[in-house]
Ligand binder design. Structure first.
Ligand code: FAD
Length: 385
């Protein structure tokens, strides 16, 4: 087990593992079949502080540092990715954004409800016509004497159909601003998106905003600088969470692959005896160890508040989501036909892994950012012959 800085963090992690083993893993299939996370489970997680794991003590959170929070994300990501999504969205994208960019009044009014799980938060950036090109959202806002008025549509919003509050990014003359929108506001309507390959349990939804009157006190951060601060900051936090989510899936897939190969026999031999199977296992171990090293490196830099942390987080997210797909693919292969059965976890891991290459900036967007950084950083002036 990786050592944490404090004994208290170590205990929190140990308890989370017990919680995941007792309260999540036995119900994972049921949760998937019912396509929703029971409110009782969300309440139980909130009572133990997991929904506010990375939120500072002064706001009622657990105050975990980046490394402990990453490891906690891995614990839930291994048990059930839909539950891990609560940490990614509610905690990292919404609550942490409020901690970073909210005014003192906003924090004191809203954070306690998020911390206690009385409110579930969602992050509304993507739209039917705008995904990767997130600077160009089409949802609009205008100012009136006593409020801002929002109009537009958001799509693919995790927990969109169940959330009580949303951070909504809207545009005016090409500049974004972020607003705190409550479900109860007139003109807010959500519709669950049916028939998704995976993630139905997370209430993924479209959000319609029609003449939604948002109080002036609900603008987050600075007007017209929503992309530069709120979106960039939230996506960095989200990517950190997804880096650990990818590691979780890859580790879980590796565990399944090894366990199955040591039990299943063909040609009177355990599968683990065959060199081609061992090749897949060797590659998977290497990828998981490399992914863990990248996640821990990103954690270290985040603890040190090093500006390089943003790029290392991007690299970790890109790598772990990529190898999660590869390792889950090989794990399914090692299971043969059993791999496609819901009796074994590997087909679910395979589908869940794929999502990670799309969310919080697709793999191509990460490659763009990483190559931009690489072209600047590794250019040898006067060299190259
Ligand atoms: C399960 C799930 C949960 C999600 N949850 C949320 C959420 O909570 N909140 C939210 O706001 N959004 C959410 N999203 C949306 C997600 O952020 C977007 O799907 C993502 O940003 C990609 O946008 P897009 O799907 O519109 O793809 P597009 O932007 O249309 O891209 C399509 C393809 O083209 C590639 N591409 C695009 N531009 C370029 C380029 N310049 N160079 C090379 N390749 C390019 C992309 O990588 C992708 O492969 C979620 C999506 C999923 C699947």
């Amino acid at each position: 087990m990786i050592e944490l800085d404090s004994k208290q963090e170590q205990e929190i992690l140990h308890e989370a593992e017990l919680f995941a083993t007792r309260e999540i893993r036995p119900y994972a299939r049921q949760i998937q079949e019912q396509q929703s996370i029971p409110r009782s489970l969300i309440r139980a997680m909130a009572e133990r502080g997991y929904l506010a794991a990375s939120i500072p003590h002064e706001y009622g959170g657990m105050g975990l540092g980046p490394k402990a929070y990453g490891l906690l994300t891995e614990v839930f990501g291994k048990a059930l990715p839909a539950v891990r999504s609560l940490l990614t969205v509610h905690t990292s994208l919404v609550s942490e954004t409020l901690v970073r960019f909210g005014s003192p009044d906003q924090k004191s009014s809203w954070l306690p409800k998020l911390v206690r799980g009385e409110w579930i938060g969602a992050f509304g950036l993507t739209e039917p016509e705008v995904g990767s090109d997130a600077k160009n959202v089409k949802t609009t806002w205008r100012e009136e004497e006593d409020c801002y008025v929002l109009n537009g549509k958001k799509k693919w919003i995790t927990f969109g159909d169940v959330a009580d509050v949303f951070i909504i990014v809207a545009s005016q003359e090409g500049r974004s601003t972020a607003f705190w929108v409550e479900r109860q506001f007139d003109g807010v309507q959500t519709q669950a998106i049916e028939g998704v390959m995976v993630g139905g349990e997370t209430g993924i939804a479209e959000i319609d905003l029609h003449e939604v009157r948002v109080p002036k006190s609900h603008l987050i951060g600075r007007m017209h600088e929503g992309f530069e601060y709120i979106v960039s900051g939230a996506l960095d936090q989200g990517r950190y969470s997804i880096a650990w989510a990818g590691l979780a899936i890859a580790q879980e897939a590796l565990d399944s692959m090894v366990t199955y190969s040591r039990k299943r026999k063909q040609f009177d031999q355990k599968l683990s005896h065959f060199q081609l199977i061992r090749g897949m296992i060797g590659d998977a171990v290497t990828k998981v160890h490399a992914a863990r090293a990248l996640c821990l490196r990103a954690a270290e830099l985040r603890e040190a508040k090093d500006p390089q942390a943003v790029m290392e987080t991007t690299i970790a997210k890109y790598f772990t989501s990529k190898i999660a797909v590869e390792v889950a693919n090989d794990a399914l292969q090692v299971h043969g036909a059993n791999g496609i059965s819901s009796e074994y976890p590997v087909s679910r891991l395979y589908k869940e892994a794929k999502i990670l290459e799309i969310i919080e900036g697709s793999s191509q967007m990460q490659q763009e950012m990483i190559s931009h950084y690489g072209l600047k950083t590794y250019y040898k002036r006067g060299g190259g012959l």
